[in-house]
Design a protein around this ligand. Structure first.
Ligand SMILES: *[C@@H]1O[C@H](CO)[C@@H](O)[C@H](O)[C@H]1NC(C)=O
Ligand SMILES: *[C@@H]1O[C@H](CO)[C@@H](O)[C@H](O)[C@H]1NC(C)=O
Ligand SMILES: *[C@@H]1O[C@H](CO)[C@@H](O)[C@H](O)[C@H]1NC(C)=O
Ligand SMILES: *[C@@H]1O[C@H](CO)[C@@H](O)[C@H](O)[C@H]1NC(C)=O
Ligand SMILES: *[C@@H]1O[C@H](CO)[C@@H](O)[C@H](O)[C@H]1NC(C)=O
Ligand SMILES: *[C@@H]1O[C@H](CO)[C@@H](O)[C@H](O)[C@H]1NC(C)=O
Length: 760
């Protein structure tokens, strides 16, 4: 027996069992082994000193199921202070409670009866997961496997063997559409993968994602999370914290107000606001304004506008700078405790992988206190001194900087300060001050987690829990502020909100509905993996929303004139058509039919290849909504051989006269300028040296913006308010541009109808 009091088994590389316990008892019972494995993989650092006790209980078959082990771990986390009462622990885990097969059978019977109608309707597609949970609610210590097989048996008795329809694949409609093209980055650290997410099915909305797929700790149960550091005062602080928050979730979205928000921020906004909203909590918008040089009023306004555009309302707007005084006082406290010191290394010296340790690390506390005063009072030059914390970050970086000198007036505090706190120092302290329950941030900050906990604990203040999620990157674009600025300067795009960019203002301008962006973020999930998503996945989410909200119209972008030689009506005819063919009750509009109509140039071919289903010299085609089929009689051309007119005859559509296809058309048209956008870059990763050796500016797609003059139905004019969105049948989704004037409509294309739609 080794020092941990346990039988031999190599459990896992990070296990708590010392090697000295190996090979004493030889082989152990495989069930016990499985349970020990479960124990080793679930136990958290903060209760790992109980490992010997727990393993003993497993070996004695007192903790004989994974549920009992989970209950034991739960109990220990709840009762982290004081000594463990084994009796109470066993009671909590139901040690000795026996659930008989008869009891299980009875409970399953009752539940199956209760859900009988639904089961008969859905048959084997009935989801029995919730039944299992219900049984467990009543028979807490029932064995999971036994319950599952009992349910299966009773379902079989009720439904009989599976029929052919039971075995047929689920109908297309139910399958999740537009599976995003997600590329996982090569490295995903399993052990540090923090956010448990069920990957089996995607969520469609943020609310669904946050309610069903994300399992963060409950407010006040911070200590249950992996890696959380517990101090003697933790439980008191948590109690205080719960009093203030009333046990509600409190998150924050903390952008630095020094740039424009982009699609990646949309994820941060959705995760922070979405998590709070889904759990009846609140979310603050906190401007992390600690770098005075980079801040401008316009960024503050734009950030707030975008948060609101995405549909969220901050419970409160706060500023890191509001806490400058408190942060300063805490810095003094750290110095007094010997946990921070003033350093004179130059910033170049501190850079790189393995910078030399600071020679000032051990200077007397009184000296650091005096120098910090001097820093604050403007007695030192910029770069001459910093305040550093005595701690080592995960990646080995030593003593991160807490304060630096900057002679630059601050947007809100003016000249009051010439020392400014860093992200590492400010972030966790502001989270603590605001009593944030879940500090949600992107994966890059995982390496700052220990410093986060260290600092809160060094100051003996409430310590929130940091959770990381995967950053969202979209391909075929750049999002860095500097790079976009360059694109604007060089005239490749017009401004920060040019519809070809992926800033949030640009997406709004292009007509992407906020709902679609939020759904897209939900589809991406919260996992810790780095992803580069193809914009096609975002466009698919946009189509899903616009398909339901954008009424249909007919427009022809490359018109060819068609004359109907035996037009039957006297003058133009008005046809009333539904805005949404599959849901006619949602509204209707009028279109005009006449002896001259315009069709898309590409819908006619003189020499058609096989499989072309539209108009050819010997193939008729139907005109949508008009109820007629047209057949070509002759083609008129100009001197250069271009088609100027197609002379056709019309016939009513009937059972015996059905064309292969129906095309869109416009009669009595209004002119419209239509702007068509394509990806700004030709490569998915324009910033990647290998993909684009000459830099992102060399990768611009010169065809990324085109403008064509087309025809739209005159009826559209009445409703063409700027930003109204339409689906041009068979072409795509378009929004009315504010440049629209009477007699001249302007549209921007939001997305094409299908991912691979023909380019116009
Ligand atoms: C945070 O909680 C502390 C007590 O733990 C309280 O004094 C303080 O007012 C709270 N601040 C906010 C913004 O909720
Ligand atoms: C658009 O919505 C209709 C139902 O209103 C549906 O039948 C159709 O498949 C949808 N199209 C796309 C591209 O999602
Ligand atoms: C137009 O001509 C076609 C073909 O000759 C004929 O079938 C159709 O009835 C005519 N329609 C009218 C309205 O004259
Ligand atoms: C239509 O005409 C093309 C050539 O213009 C010919 O190849 C094709 O076989 C014709 N189809 C029919 C159905 O007559
Ligand atoms: C004929 O069509 C070509 C290609 O679409 C175009 O460049 C040319 O200007 C047209 N000619 C006339 C006289 O419209
Ligand atoms: C259309 O694009 C132009 C820039 O090309 C932009 O100025 C305008 O705001 C856009 N309009 C809409 C409704 O997206």
């Amino acid at each position: 027996m080794g020092e941990c009091g346990l039988v031999s088994i190599a459990i896992c590389s990070c296990c708590f069992f010392s090697s000295t316990c190996a090979n004493k008892y030889g082989v152990i019972n495989p069930d016990v082994g499985t349970l020990l494995y479960h124990l080793a993989s679930k136990i958290k650092l903060q209760i790992s000193h109980n490992i010997a006790l727990l393993s003993k209980l497993v070996a004695e078959r007192k903790l004989d199921t994974t549920q009992r082990i989970d209950a034991a771990l739960e109990y220990l986390l709840q009762n982290i202070e004081g000594t463990v009462s084994v009796e109470k622990l066993e009671k909590h885990c139901g040690v000795g409670v026996v659930v008989t097969p008869e009891e299980i059978e009875r409970e399953v019977e009752i539940l199956i009866k209760k859900h009988k109608d639904e089961i008969l309707e859905k048959r084997y597609r009935f989801n029995s997961g919730p039944l299992m949970q219900e049984v467990r609610k009543i028979l807490q210590w029932a064995d999971g496997k036994a319950v599952k097989s009992e349910i299966e048996i009773q379902l079989l008795v009720l439904l009989g063997p599976k029929s052919e329809t039971d075995l047929a694949p689920v109908s297309k409609q139910k399958q999740v559409k537009a599976k995003p093209a997600v590329k996982k980055s090569d490295k995903m650290d399993e052990k540090t993968e923090k956010i448990e997410e069920e990957k089996s099915s995607e969520a469609r909305t943020i609310s669904e994602l946050m309610k069903t797929k994300v399992h963060f700790h409950k407010p006040g149960e911070n200590y249950k999370t992996e890696g959380y550091v517990i101090t003697p005062n933790t439980h008191n602080l948590l109690k205080e914290h719960l009093k203030v928050t009333g046990g509600k979730v409190r998150t924050r979205f903390p952008p630095e107000p020094n740039g424009i928000l982009h699609i990646g921020h949309a994820k941060a906004i959705n995760i922070n606001f979405g998590y709070a909203e889904a759990h009846d909590g609140v979310c603050y918008l906190r401007y992390d304004d600690t770098n005075p040089e980079k801040e401008e009023e316009k960024f503050f306004i734009a950030i707030r506008e975008m948060v609101e555009w995405l549909g969220y309302k901050p419970a409160k707007i706060t500023y890191s700078s509001d806490n400058f005084q408190q942060l300063y006082e805490w810095a003094i406290k750290l110095i007094e405790k010997g946990l921070a010191y003033v350093c004179h290394q130059k910033s170049e010296e501190m850079k790189g992988f393995n910078p030399p340790p600071s020679p000032w690390r051990e200077r007397p506390i009184s000296e650091s206190l005096q120098l910090f005063q001097d820093m604050k009072n403007g007695k030192l030059e910029e770069g001459e001194a910093t305040l550093r914390m005595k701690l080592t970050l995960e990646e080995g970086k030593q003593d991160p900087v807490a304060y630096r000198i900057k002679y630059f007036p601050h947007h809100r505090t003016g000249d009051q300060w010439c020392i400014y706190p860093t992200y590492d120092y400010t972030h966790c302290l502001c989270d603590s001050l605001e009593n944030i329950t879940h500090s949600l941030c992107t994966k890059e900050f995982q390496s700052r987690r220990s410093s986060y906990y260290w600092l809160c604990n060094a100051l003996d203040i409430y310590c929130p829990v940091q959770w990381e999620y995967g950053r969202l990157n979209v391909g075929y674009t750049v999002v860095s502020k500097r790079k976009i600025a360059k694109l604007i300067d060089e005239g490749f795009v017009n401004d920060w909100d040019d519809p070809r960019l992926f800033t949030l203002t640009a997406l709004r301008r292009r007509g992407f509905p906020a709902e679609a962006i939020n759904n897209f973020c939900a589809q991406m999930g919260v996992t810790g993996a780095q992803v580069v998503v193809d914009p096609a996945a975002l466009e698919a989410a946009v189509r899903d929303v616009l398909n339901i909200t954008a009424p249909r119209m007919m427009a022809v972008l490359n018109p060819v004139r068609v004359t109907i030689s035996n037009y039957s009506d006297e003058g133009p005819r008005t046809i009333n058509v539904p805005d949404f063919p599959s849901e006619p009750e949602k509204g209707r509009h009028d279109i005009i039919f006449d002896d001259t109509v315009y069709i898309e140039e590409s819908d006619f071919k003189e020499n058609a290849e096989k499989g072309f289903r539209r108009l050819t010299p010997n193939q008729s085609v139907g005109l949508k909504h008009a109820g007629v089929v047209i057949t070509l009689q002759s083609v008129e051309k100009d001197a250069s051989g271009n088609i100027t007119n197609l002379i056709v005859k019309q016939q009513a559509v009937s059972d015996t006269n059905k064309p292969k296809a129906f095309i869109h058309w416009v009669a009595k048209p209004s002119l419209a300028s239509v702007r068509l956008y394509e990806p700004l870059f030709r490569h998915k990763n324009p910033e990647d040296q290998n993909e684009v050796p000459n830099g992102y500016l060399s990768d611009i797609n010169s065809q990324s913006k085109k403008e064509v003059v087309g025809y739209v139905d005159a009826g559209i004019l009445d409703n063409a308010k700027p930003f109204t969105q339409y689906q041009f049948e068979r072409i795509g989704f378009f929004s009315v541009d504010p440049d629209t004037k009477p007699g001249k409509l302007v549209f921007n294309r939001t997305v094409t109808l299908k991912e691979d739609s023909a380019k116009v």
